[in-house]
Design a protein. Structure first.
Length: 645
């Protein structure tokens, strides 16, 4: 029996996403309906189109959005650990789909198999506001011409062809369905809390990490791994670490905790590493029973500025941070003390309370970028003390370095590695310095990342080992004050960096606090640009160079073995007076003002105000039956007003 002819347009649907939202489309197509292979089957590809249908004028509204989409298409059985032999199986993606742009992909039918399944992810690229929306449409057709000619086609929820099924999943589905499907109320829960960084979100930016952790469920037959994140800090990340961490702590205790939660892990990216640390201290002070009932397992920070970002930045950047250009968070990272505090927040954070709880974690791991991270330098994400001789040797052995040594050091190797040594061994400022990946370059690469090569996507395992250094560091590994960290390995390269003695000493003091009585596993990685977002695979394929890091994280922290790295000794009990001081500092009220945020944070604040006005107006028009239609509040006018700000 011949296969049934198919119509040209098989599926057409419209939807929209806000900040942090993801929509997944599970596309299932039956090549034939019979149980046995028909005598004649036509292997003719289908075509898929995703179009950003935002107005073309919204391309200029960058700070109100940006109104961009990321989307990728892969087969159901695709996994980056498997080598691909056919380009038809290679994933396809569009990292930055502007308003009125399209992503057109071929759905290959190149094998005689009964059923084909593809997965399409459409992800919002909005950064600065919670009220903006990016509308889009998804079309599947039997010819390329048909998929591109949909201007007059009305959207429909279902498929136009019985052999095609499209199952749409929203962000809420993706973050809640796994738990519901596998829920067994007789088993305890291992709660894994993910925390995002500055101008980021959990639900979209850390989705890849979430799904990678969930795949490790097979190693835990006697408990459920539940991966969650706090979504209400989105567009509030300039309000300060204390504000963000306190909110996260309350969310964990009041929303995520239940009697089945027996174990907990924390994984934070960038600023999220500091936010989760404050949340831990906040919970320990305000809910002391929590860490008695819940066993801490993993504490992981990826590219987190644990020492701030002062001495690696130009003077003008530090001035802007202290002035509040990135709000209170910028002042925290700039090691500025807030009103009422006797020292910067990052100095107070590794206090007795924080260390007491962190010491209970079985594994404490820091992942840090050696190169290509213009946001968080190596010295601050690795807590300063490292075997720099070993790291440099590993860098010199990489293919990238061997190809062109001069180009490697002038274009790729960034100042943080140099700076980390000079913090402990000051040198005079030379006449020249190494160009590095700037903060602005890294910020732009969030939306326009350098894309991985086709050869890497076809065979990721064929790439170089990205783990440069993986070693345990304890308090015993810290040199005494005034002791240089080793040979001046940079002297032969004539590399010098300026001095900032006050902050260098402060950073050294903070680093020593973090090491007091604790062992840290420090994993230094060598990723291609953009390393800061690659390290968490912010987008599945655009940031694919970070796959080995996530693999390493999951294999070493969710492998069914939870033996502690080391048995660290407890500190002597703190004086009641010290504990009370920490309690007052942690619980000092946050006097929230409109100016807690910088310019980009104000965009979100204004957007929320306008959104509230719009919602209030809508409620009035729907509740007042006597109101004439002509007097109702026009939603499009509100939306246009919103975009003026």
């Amino acid at each position: 029996m011949d296969a049934e002819p198919i119509e040209e347009v098989l599926y057409h649907y419209r939807s929209s996403v806000r900040i942090g939202e993801v929509e997944r489309y599970l596309i299932t197509y039956d090549l034939y309906e019979e149980e046995e292979l028909p005598a004649r089957v036509e292997l003719r590809s289908l075509w898929l189109k995703v179009k950003n249908i935002s107005s073309l004028t919204y391309r200029a509204a960058y700070l109100m959005g940006p109104y961009m989409l990321y989307c990728d298409l892969r087969t159901e059985d695709y996994h980056h650990s498997q080598k691909l032999f056919s380009s038809a199986d290679m994933p396809q993606f569009e990292p930055a789909m502007q308003p009125q742009q399209e992503f057109v992909a071929e759905l290959w039918l190149h094998k005689l198999q009964k059923r084909y399944v593809w997965i399409l992810d459409v992800v919002s690229q909005i950064i600065f506001t919670t009220s903006s929306v990016v509308p889009f449409e998804v079309t599947i057709a039997s010819t390329r011409g048909a998929v591109e000619d949909t201007a007059t086609l009305a959207p429909q929820a279902g498929s136009f062809n019985r052999r095609l099924t499209v199952n749409r999943q929203t962000t809420l589905d993706l973050w809640n369905l796994p738990q519901q499907v596998f829920d067994d109320y007789t088993k305890p829960e291992h709660l894994v809390v993910l925390t995002h960084g500055l101008h980021s979100n959990v639900t979209a930016d850390m989705q890849y990490l979430k799904e990678a952790i969930e795949h490790s469920q097979q190693y835990y037959p006697n408990e459920h791994i539940v991966v969650k994140g706090f979504g209400d800090n989105v567009c509030k990340t300039e309000k300060g670490i204390k504000y963000l961490g306190g909110r996260l702590g309350e969310y964990i205790v009041k929303q995520l905790y239940n009697e089945r939660v027996k174990r907990i892990s924390f994984i934070g990216h960038s600023l999220g590493g500091l936010i989760q640390t404050f949340a831990i201290a906040y919970i320990a002070i305000n809910y002391p029973w929590f860490f008695e009932k819940v066993d801490p397992v993993n504490f992981v920070a990826l590219a987190s500025p644990l020492l701030g970002i002062v001495t690696n930045n130009p003077a003008y950047v530090n001035i802007l941070l202290s002035m509040g250009v990135v709000g209170k968070t910028g002042q925290d990272l700039g090691l500025q003390a807030h009103q009422g505090d006797d020292q910067p927040l990052l100095c107070s954070l590794p206090g007795h309370t924080t260390r007491r709880i962190l010491r209970k974690f079985k594994k404490r791991t820091l992942y840090a970028n050696a190169v290509n991270d213009g946001i968080v330098p190596l010295y601050t994400s690795a807590l300063l003390y490292l075997d720099y001789d070993s790291i440099l040797k590993q860098l010199q052995d990489t293919k990238e370095y061997q190809v062109d040594k001069q180009d490697f050091f002038t274009k790729t190797l960034i100042n943080p590695l140099v700076k980390a040594i000079n913090v402990l061994m000051p040198q005079t400022q030379g006449s020249s310095s190494i160009p590095k990946v700037s903060m602005f370059d890294s910020a732009m690469s969030v939306l326009l990342p350098p894309l991985p090569k086709k050869t890497f996507l076809m065979n990721p395992s064929g790439g170089p080992n990205v783990i440069l250094h993986d070693k345990m560091y304890s308090e015993a590994d810290i040199p005494e004050a005034g002791t240089p960290p080793g040979k001046n390995i940079w002297s032969s390269l004539l590399l010098n960096i300026g001095n900032n003695e006050e902050y260098k000493q402060l950073e050294e003091e903070i680093a020593k606090k973090w090491h007091k009585g604790m062992t840290w596993r420090k994993v230094i990685v060598h990723l291609k640009p953009d390393a800061h977002n690659n390290i968490i695979v912010r987008r599945r394929f655009a940031n694919a160079y970070g796959w080995p890091v996530i693999d390493h994280l999951v294999q070493n922290h969710f492998n069914g073995s939870d033996y502690p790295y080391t048995e660290d000794e407890d500190e002597e009990a703190a004086l009641d007076e010290l504990i009370e001081q920490e309690r007052k500092w942690i619980n000092r009220p946050h006097n929230e003002t409109f100016f807690d945020v910088g310019p980009t944070g104000m965009i979100s604040s204004v957007g929320e105000i306008l959104e509230n006005i719009k919602n209030s107006a809508f409620q009035k028009t729907t509740s007042a039956s006597s109101l004439k239609a002509s007097d109702s509040f026009d939603d499009d006018e509100i939306f246009r007003l919103h975009d003026l700000y």
